[in-house]
Write a protein that binds this ligand. Structure first.
Ligand code: ADP
Ligand code: MG
Length: 320
């Protein structure tokens, strides 16, 4: 099977919302009047971002999900995406599974594949996603203000729990492992929540490298500090009710600095608490207030007694 047959069979689907899809030199996009394009790109490299044994359907899902998560963090509505693939060989079963997972998530969000590139090489997947957001109203990292509440969506730490189980540093009962692994391999981007928070949240980021590390980006860009109540951070969905006993220090590490969560961290004025909970209810996503923004720079992580935790938590960095 040649390059063009491969594209036609697995990736060329009719587009409805974009004026021109796959097949020409460029795709054409038309954001609605008064809307800005939000553009984001994320690359997944075999062995670095995913294990070679992962189910290709889950990989197709995740490759798009991590991009939709960035659109969500800006409050953008997904519109279209491009897919650039390096493949070591044409493996039709793999391609069929990958395309199935990819288009299932794309369909859920009305996001159309409009172009890309296909080449031979070590397995690598790059997606660029385009969304639209009312001009001038995108949620940015730079808008947090002293006195704002600090919130996170969903739960944290499951993906890292699964990664540690894969690495063999933690042994998990099978049911907990499968639940955590699903969170790692098939994250749900908080697209509806991001849009529901437009006009309410003052800043937002999606959590890909660990809560505290990503929160640090908001603090730097906004020129503020924060305190976080560690005990309030919503952790480990996979272990809820399952009676998993983890060492307290390890649990904190997973929840506060685990990574690959794809939840949203955001700030909103304390006076708008009810608006935040109403937006979360509309979006069908749980949110938890975990702290507050202060004028004093720095990130203070407090225990249940309000005392600073003695440990440092580093965010993920590919080159450290
Ligand atoms: P060009 O050489 O002009 O860059 P290509 O020959 O690489 O175009 O691709 C042919 C068409 O197929 C283009 O419209 C391109 O956007 C699309 N395409 C290539 N690879 C993919 C892919 N993996 N997914 C979706 N569209 C693709
Ligand atoms: Mg090309």
């Amino acid at each position: 099977m040649g390059e063009f047959d491969l594209i036609a069979r697995y990736f060329d689907r009719p587009v409805r919302r974009s004026p021109l899809g796959i097949g020409d030199d460029c795709a054409l996009l038309q954001p609605a009047a008064g809307m800005q394009l939000a553009v984001t790109s994320d690359m997944l490299v075999e062995g670095r971002h995913f294990l070679s044994t992962v189910d290709p359907r889950r990989l197709g899902h995740k490759a798009l999900a991590v991009n939709l998560s960035d659109l969500a963090a800006c409050g953008a509505r997904p519109l279209a995406f491009t897919l650039s693939l390096a493949l070591p060989a044409v493996d039709q079963a793999w391609l069929a599974g990958f395309a199935q997972g990819l288009f299932a998530l794309a369909g859920e969000h009305g996001c159309e594949l409009v172009g890309g590139d296909t080449t031979r090489g070590p397995l690598c997947i790059n997606i660029t996603a385009f969304g639209e957001v009312p001009a001038g109203r995108a949620l940015l990292r730079s808008g947090a203000r002293p006195g704002d509440d600090l919130w996170v969506s969903g739960t944290l730490g499951d993906a890292r729990l699964a990664l540690e189980a894969f690495r063999g540093t933690i042994a998990l009962p099978q049911a907990i492992f499968e639940a955590a692994r699903l969170r790692m391999e098939q994250p749900q981007p908080r697209v509806a929540l991001g849009q529901a928070l437009l006009g309410i949240a003052t800043s937002a980021i999606d959590i890909s490298d660990g809560l505290l590390g990503d929160l640090g980006h908001i603090l730097r860009r906004s020129g503020v500090g924060a305190s976080v109540q560690a005990a309030c951070a919503p952790g480990l969905l996979a272990a809820t009710g399952a009676g998993l006993q983890l060492d307290e220090t390890l649990l904190q590490e997973l929840v506060l600095a685990g990574g690959d969560d794809y939840e949203l961290a955001f700030t909103a004025p304390a006076a708008q608490r009810d608006d935040v909970t109403a937006a979360a209810a509309r979006a069908g996503t749980a949110v938890t207030c975990i702290g507050s923004i202060a004028a004093t720079p720095g990130l203070r992580v407090l225990d249940a007694a309000g005392l600073p935790l003695p440990r440092q938590f580093a965010g993920f960095d590919h080159f450290r």
